[in-house]
Structure formats: C-alpha cells, structure tokens
Design a protein. Structure first.
Length: 272
C-alpha cells in the first residue's frame, strides 16, 4: 500500500539501503508538506509555522517542511535511534546551516506531552496502527491533542479496502527495482493484520521482510470518533483521487463520502 510518489535521486551504489528504497517507493515528503500547509490554510485561514512529525523515523518530512520558508520550524519524535541517525546522516546533513537550526529531533515517546505545541502534528505511514486497543489509540490521540496549538490541526493517514482483508502480495515496479507490499494475514475477529515489505533490485535476489508491521486495521469512522473523544472539535476526510488507470494519483480532496474500492488511502484531519 503506498501513496503515489515521484523520486529523482539516484540509487545507492554500495550496500543495500532499505530506507532509501522505502522512501523511493512509498513516500513523497515534498508533496506531503505542501498538502499539510494547504489544508491548514483551508481550515484556519492562516499559514502554519510549526510542524511536529510523530513516529518520524528518518524525519524527512521535517527536512522538507523547513525548506518551505525561513520562518518555519519542525520537530520529529521517534523511539528508534537507528532511523533518527539515518535521517541525520542522509537528510539533515544536506540542509543549510540555518535550516538545520530550525529542526529539533527527539528520541522519545509520542505518548508524552512535554514536547511543546505545534500548529500541525502529523502521524504518517499508518504508524499509529500499532496501537491495537481503543484505549491505547485514544491515549495517543489525547497526547497529540495536547501538542497541537489552539486552532491548529492533527493529520493522520489511513488505508483500507477489501484487499486489506485477505492475504495478498502486490508488486510495484520502479526504475531499477521492485517494491512488494505483502499482507500476510488478517483476522476479522480482531482486525489484526500482519504486513511485510520486500524489495528486489534489478539483477539481485529478492530481499524478504525488509520491514514488517503488526497492526490493527482501524476504520475511518473509528478514527474520527476517537479523535473527537480525545477533544478535537471537528474532523474531516481527505480522499485520494484516481488516475486514468484506476490507481491513486496522490491528490487528496475533502469529501463526505468515499468510494467502493479494493484499496484506498486517505487522511483524517482533526481541528483543535
């Protein structure tokens, strides 16, 4: 499952770099930050200055955010030191000195509330699906709420569809390699699902289970209801459009109704 992305950077020449291939396959941080800013402007009538990226991983969203203007600041929060170090080496180091000063990277827990407040808080790549109980997800949304400035927004992406309720493997071909999204299992009693990401570089053996995810599949109504219980005053759904081939086009528009499709990606945006 992926949002449409366009990448132009050249592939690494030496050791296999799973984070590089992950970014090239499923992320488009330069487009994401434009969507965040546009959505904030649409809902509030003003322009945001501060962004917090929860579950930030390599915090490339933060890096793209500060590129949008000299007054913008970003914070990334994640528990995994390996991904944070990768981001510092591969993304932060490529920014100007002034841009680097406007990013704060924290090795910490997104359930904590002592990181200050931001105009926008985002939880991307379905990372919060790791919370399998309603009480756990509510606790996270409450923490996110506390870290959103009054009048600000919280943005979380999500996915679903009938394809996500059965074992299957989807291959997407990219320039020089293939990306595989593998749904290994789904339990309709609990909505728990196991996913893996595999890669195969051209001329090389397929690399299995480069990333793995043990998630609960949360529905849009559940997410919206829990956000509102956590204190947010309103929620909105931004649905991804389709191109002429019926694939996601990377363009998200606010809707009141979705479409019946085997696989979909959307954003849920909550206003404080």
């Amino acid at each position: 499952m992926s949002k449409k992305t366009k990448q132009t950077e050249s592939a690494p020449k030496k050791d296999f770099d799973k984070y590089y291939y992950y970014r090239k396959s499923v992320q488009s941080p330069d487009n994401d930050v434009l969507f965040f800013r546009r959505t904030y402007r649409e809902l509030t009538g003003t322009f945001p200055k501060t962004l917090c990226e929860d579950f930030c991983g390599t915090f490339d969203i933060c890096c793209e955010w500060v590129k949008l203007g000299p007054e913008l600041e970003a914070m990334g929060i994640d528990l995994e030191p390996e991904t944070l170090q990768y981001g510092k080496k591969n993304y932060l180091s490529k920014l100007s000195e002034q841009q680097q000063k406007r990013i704060k990277v924290v090795e910490g827990n997104v359930l904590d509330t002592n990181f200050g407040q931001s105009d926008i808080v985002v939880a991307l790549n379905f990372s919060y699906f790791l919370f399998k109980k309603r009480s756990q997800l509510k606790a996270y949304f409450e923490a996110a709420y506390s870290r959103v400035k009054e009048g600000g927004i919280f943005i979380a992406d999500c996915f679903g569809g009938s394809q996500c309720q059965e074992p299957n493997e989807e291959e997407t071909e990219h320039d020089g390699f293939s990306y595989y999204w593998d749904q290994d299992s789904f339990d309709p009693v609990t909505n728990h699902a196991q996913f893996y990401i595999h890669f195969k570089v051209k001329g090389e053996k397929k690399r299995e289970r480069c990333f793995e995810y043990d998630w609960r599949m949360w529905s849009i109504p559940e997410i919206r209801e829990i956000m509102e219980e956590a204190g947010f005053k309103a929620t909105h759904v931004y649905w991804e459009g389709t191109d002429e081939d019926g694939e996601g086009d990377g363009e998200f528009r606010r809707v009141t109704e979705g479409e019946e499709c085997e696989a979909w990606v959307a954003y849920v945006v909550a206003e404080k």
